[in-house]
Write a protein that binds this ligand. Sequence first.
Ligand code: NZQ
Ligand code: ZN
Length: 387
Amino acid sequence: MFNFEYQNTTKILFGKGQIGAIGKEIAPGSKVMITYGGGSIKANGVYQQTMDALAACEVIEFGGIEPNPEYATLMKAVKLGREEKVDLLLAVGGGSVLDGTKFIAAAIPFAGEEWDIVKKGAAVERAVPLATILTLPATGSESNTFAVISRRETSEKLAFSSVHSYPKFAVLDPETTFSLPEKQVANGVVDAYMHTLEQYLTFPGKAELNDRFAEGILQTLIEVGPKTLAEPQDYDARATFVWSATLALNGLIGCGVPQDWATHMIGHELTALYGMDHARTLAVVAPHLYRVCGEGKREKLVQYAERVWGVREGTEEERAEAGIRKTEEFFESLGVPTRLSRYEGVEADTPKMVASRLKGRGFTQLGEKGAVTPEVVELVLSRSLAA
Ligand code: NZQ
Ligand code: ZN
């Protein structure tokens, strides 16, 4: 097991009605800026619950943060936050609103060019305190340090991370997610599943407990994913899904183990180019990447196939392939395609284009062993496009 440091400072408020509990987490009289997306929180009652819970605070609002949050929009919120001298940012929504708010929180006190936080990894030395009310289980953003920000004018989608981006608290009320369209639930299951695989399908890290954590999350998502899709109002199934998605990317299962993240890096380029939903980019990359990089991942692929999918027959190569096939079938069963060829408008030169964009950013050795070179990226996407 590798050495690691672990401290997750986000307090989780989990369960029905927990929005009502945020009052005790915020000093009365605080100036709170709530941030949200395109309006789903107004339609499902979450907005009203939030406003009621903030009765003792001075509240200002910033709505309109779009999926794959846009830099230009976020900069408007930065301006407002500076003018209003807000004490706390409260992000209410899915991963995009949460990520966007992490950027706003870091950018408000930032002295230099704000885009450098994302583009150049400029050090974030402080941030306005932020907290979250999550309405879409998927990204883990509610209790991690990551944010992914898009800039349409340059077709960029880039991540940053700072210890100052940990939300002070995260409300996870499964009932706030009942209003999600099926597609977003399926996306969420796939995203959480892929976060787990990125921290698991690498090479043996002699970290048995982490392996078991990861396998537990994967098996739970396999069980509960289809159920919560079919019965969105089944509270316990949805609660299990919400908690799985949080644990998949709150830092715990990644402690002391090698991590991959090549699928995410490639996927972000597909979103930047074509606006594809984040989870859907992962589903068209991962299976092909696991085949192309099969040798380096063989031992874990075999372990995955056996422990998660019960595959015990065949040679190691056959078992590894069976695990990948089961993954594809699972994603497809949720209505999430696993081939790039299924998306209209994806041009034939996409594999080359994505490879060269990643190369241009200096990402020439992705994956746990740096084996995912631009050539490998091109091959993976070519296979997905030809499949
Ligand atoms: O904007 P509103 O009206 O709120 O509608 C949203 C949006 O259209 C809707 N929605 C959210 N909660 C709802 C709801 N609709 C009905 N009922 C509800 N309860 O869902 C749509 C998609 O929302 P979005 O926030 O974009 O989805 P998601 O949570 O999947 O976030 C995706 C973003 O997170 C980034 C992705 O790259 C992408 O930009 N990621 C962030 C990560 C992190 N911070 O750790 C890691 C991930 O790998 C990922 O990269
Ligand atoms: Zn993801």
